[in-house]
Structure formats: structure tokens, C-alpha cells
Design a binder for this molecule. Structure first.
Ligand code: ACO
Length: 377
């Protein structure tokens, strides 16, 4: 047995994948051969999901078929809709999402069918359902009726419609669509690994996705986008940036949305989100946090000079979502509803070539010792 501990599994390849390649030095992100900048410019979330599930771009007919499949799966089950009404306001939306995945699994008589064909149907079902869960949850907690999905709207636009009951303009719909593409996949991160560990026991896709959602929730991973929002709230105005950052770093704390295990330069997703932010800000009445993010980024660049700490995907997603009128506690669930494409794609790979994940731990505990009965302790 090896004596080396790979803390945080840093630098360890746990599997092979055809889905995603990251060059953290160059700041390059590739989905199945396609550069993220090209996908952000030309693709849609639906097309990117097809790409991840099939390792190639769809034909027009295949894309239309997938869109139709997603539209069909948008409405919630009666059970999920009833549970939503029970839990709304009592639990946070990320937990509501987790519960909805478990309910969908419980209601699926084919949940234990691990054939690739059935798994792709489950992937589409979960992808279609998550936006409805979050939008309905948000409507209900405001005391409003849920807004039913609209068949004439694409995946991203339909979410904004269901959330706000207003049709997004073309720019808003496109920005949100691209933000979903940017969050759709990211190689072997903590939540994807969590999903694979669950799947490696041949547990079903729903349980694997519930594991991933629970893992994404933490502030060192997907929870960072909401934490960025709280940072911007705490800073408030540009004049407060130096004091806030200096105090935080002096306390040995971390600036949320900065740093990455893999990227040692600016995360390409942050570059694209900043570009999108500028487009939105040109007409947004709510650009204050975006402007503050730009100033914060500039201050941090000076303050952290020489350290490999740059904006990650969460840094600008907070202010972009804010300009789209999305409440901050939905930022991390929206990350999940985008990453569902990548999680399920990795699960397709895992189930197709499974090996139980069962690492070791180096024992550092007590030497063997006699058991002492309770009355003698
Ligand atoms: N602010 C200030 N200092 C930081 C930050 C930060 N955000 N991130 C890392 N550092 C410092 C550490 O304190 C450490 O300094 P030291 O060597 O003097 O002790 C050094 O950089 C290396 O940090 P590690 O913890 O070894 O780096 P790791 O690879 O484990 O961390 C992580 C990556 C968790 C993302 C980290 O950068 C972080 O906590 N960032 C803030 C949270 C965040 O934005 N998470 C989202 C990541 S993207 C995503 O998951 C979608």
C-alpha cells in the first residue's frame, strides 16, 4: 500500500474522459473538441448538451428532436408540485432542487435501467425539469402562481419567462443561454467526482445527480457565486474596496470568485462573462454590482500581483445574474441546472466503463488495544 496521501486528489487522474480538456496555464477550455469561445459565440445550451451527451454536434433534425424532448419533460410531476408547496420558504432552493431530483427518481420505474439509451432520456428529463423546479419555487415563495413553461421559447428564455412571468428580450435570453453553456461542463471537479463515486456503485443517475448537487452547494465550489454577491453587498461602494479586501486578507480569508485549483490565469469563462456583462450593462438599470466587480477585479490584480489568483467563473456570474433580475440565492441552483448537462455526460461515460471507486486511507489511529468494558472506563 502506498504511503503517499494525495490530499484533495490534486493532480490525480481518477478516470479518462472525452468530454472536456482544460489547460490551466493557458486558460483554455474545450468541450469535446470545441473551444468554449466558439461555443459561447455560436452554440446554444441545448446544442451544447447534445454535444456533451453524444460527443458531436447535432444535425438540425437531431437538435429539433432534443428540443422537443426537453419541452415535453418541462412540467413537474404532481408529487413534486405538491412537495414544492409544502417546502417553499422553509428550505433553500438548492435543497428544493435536490429533493426534486430524488422525487423524479422515485417516480421513474426505469430508474435502475442503466442502458445508455435510457440514461440519455434521464439526462434530458433532469435537464428539462430543473428550471421548472427553481422558477416555480421562486414564484411560490413570493406568493405568486407558478408560470407554466412556454413551448415557443428555448431552454434559457423559458427559464427567465417562468421565473419572472415576463418574456426576456433577445439580449437577456442570449446572455443567459451563454452563461448556461459556460457552466455546462468542467472536467473532473468536486461535484462531478461526487456523481461518479455514487454511479460507480451502480446506483442510479438520479442518486448520482443528488450527490453532485449536494457537493456543488459548498462555498469553495458552486456556492462561490452567491458568496461573490454577498461580498459585493458588503463592499457596497468603490471607496470601500481597499479596506474590505485588505482586512479580509489580513484575517487570512479568501476573496470569493478568485483562484482556481486548475486555472493559473484568468478563467476563460470569466472573460466571456465579463464581455456579456458589458453588453447587459449598456442598458441595465442595475449595473452597480457589475461596475463594482470591475473595480474589485482591478484592485485585486494589484493586491495579489505575483500570485496565481485570478477571477474564476463565479466572479462575474454574480453581477451578470443580478442584471438579469435573478435573486442571489438562485445563483448556485442555476449553476446546477446548467452543469446537469456535464454531470450526466460524465455519468454516461462512467456507466459505459464502470469501475467501483474505492480508494484507501492511511491509518494514523491508535495501535491495537484491549477492549475496556463500560463499567471499567
Ligand atoms: N483569496 C485569497 N487567497 C487565496 C484565494 C482567494 N480566493 N484562493 C487561494 N488563495 C491562497 C491560499 O490562501 C493559499 O495561500 P498560501 O499558500 O499562502 O497558504 C494559496 O492561495 C493556494 O491556495 P489553495 O487553497 O492551495 O488552493 P486550492 O487549489 O485548494 O484552492 C479554491 C482553489 C478552493 C478555488 C480557492 O482558490 C478558493 O477558495 N477560492 C475562493 C472560492 C471560490 O471562488 N471558489 C470557486 C471556484 S470555481 C468553481 O468551483 C466553480
Amino acid at each position: 500500500m502506498t504511503e503517499v496521501i494525495a490530499r484533495g486528489l490534486e493532480g490525480v487522474n481518477v478516470t479518462a474522459t472525452k468530454l472536456c480538456r482544460i489547460d490551466g496555464q493557458k486558460g483554455e477550455l474545450i468541450y469535446a473538441g470545441y473551444n468554449i469561445f466558439d461555443l459561447a459565440e455560436h452554440s446554444t445550451f441545448e446544442e451544447t448538451a447534445f454535444l456533451l451527451w453524444n460527443l458531436r454536434l447535432p444535425t438540425r433534425d437531431e437538435l429539433e428532436q432534443l428540443k422537443a424532448d426537453l419541452r415535453r419533460e418541462r412540467p413537474l410531476s404532481d408529487l413534486n408540485a405538491r412537495v414544492q408547496r409544502e417546502i417553499v420558504g422553509k428550505i433553500r432552493p438548492m435543497r428544493a432542487l435536490e429533493i426534486s431530483v430524488i422525487i423524479a427518481g422515485a417516480l421513474d420505474p426505469k430508474s435502475s435501467d442503466l442502458s445508455q439509451e435510457q440514461l440519455k432520456k434521464t439526462a434530458a428529463l433532469l435537464t428539462a425539469r430543473m428550471p421548472t423546479v427553481l422558477a416555480q419555487y421562486h414564484r411560490l415563495r413570493q406568493g405568486l402562481d407558478p408560470v407554466p413553461p412556454r413551448d415557443d421559447l428555448g431552454h434559457a428564455a423559458n427559464f427567465l419567462w417562468m421565473l419572472k412571468g415576463e418574456e426576456p428580450n433577445e439580449l437577456e435570453a442570449r446572455v443567459f443561454d451563454v452563461a448556461m453553456i459556460l457552466h455546462a461542463e468542467h472536467e473532473m471537479n468536486a461535484s462531478t467526482f461526487s456523481a461518479l463515486v455514487t454511479a460507480s456503485t451502480l446506483s442510479d443517475m438520479y442518486s448520482a445527480i443528488a450527490s453532485a448537487i449536494g457537493t456543488l452547494k459548498g462555498p469553495l465550489h458552486g456556492g462561490a457565486n452567491e458568496a461573490v454577491y454577498r461580498t459585493l453587498e458588503a463592499i457596497g461602494t468603490e471607496e470601500n474596496i481597499p479596506r474590505y479586501v485588505d482586512d479580509l486578507l489580513a484575517r487570512g480569508e479568501r476573496v470569493m470568485g478568485i483562484g482556481h485549483r486548475v486555472y493559473k490565469t484568468t478563467d476563460p469563462r470569466a472573460i466571456i462573462l465579463e464581455q456579456l456583462g458589458h453588453k447587459l450593462a449598456a442598458t441595465s438599470p442595475d449595473r452597480k454590482y457589475f461596475d463594482l466587480s470591475l473595480k474589485l477585479r482591478d484592485y485585486l490584480a494589484k493586491k495579489l500581483e505575483g500570485k496565481p489568483l485570478y477571477p474564476n467563473v463565479d466572479f462575474f456570474s454574480a453581477s451578470v445574474y443580478k442584471m438579469l433580475g435573478i435573486p442571489s440565492d438562485l445563483y448556485t441552483p442555476i449553476f446546477a441546472m446548467s452543469r446537469i448537462a456535464g454531470w450526466t455526460a460524465h455519468l454516461l461515460e462512467q456507466y459505459a466503463d464502470n469501475r467501483l471507486v474505492r480508494p484507501n486511507a492511511l491509518y494514523e489511529g491508535a495501535d491495537p488495544r484491549p477492549y475496556v468494558p463500560l463499567e471499567q472506563r
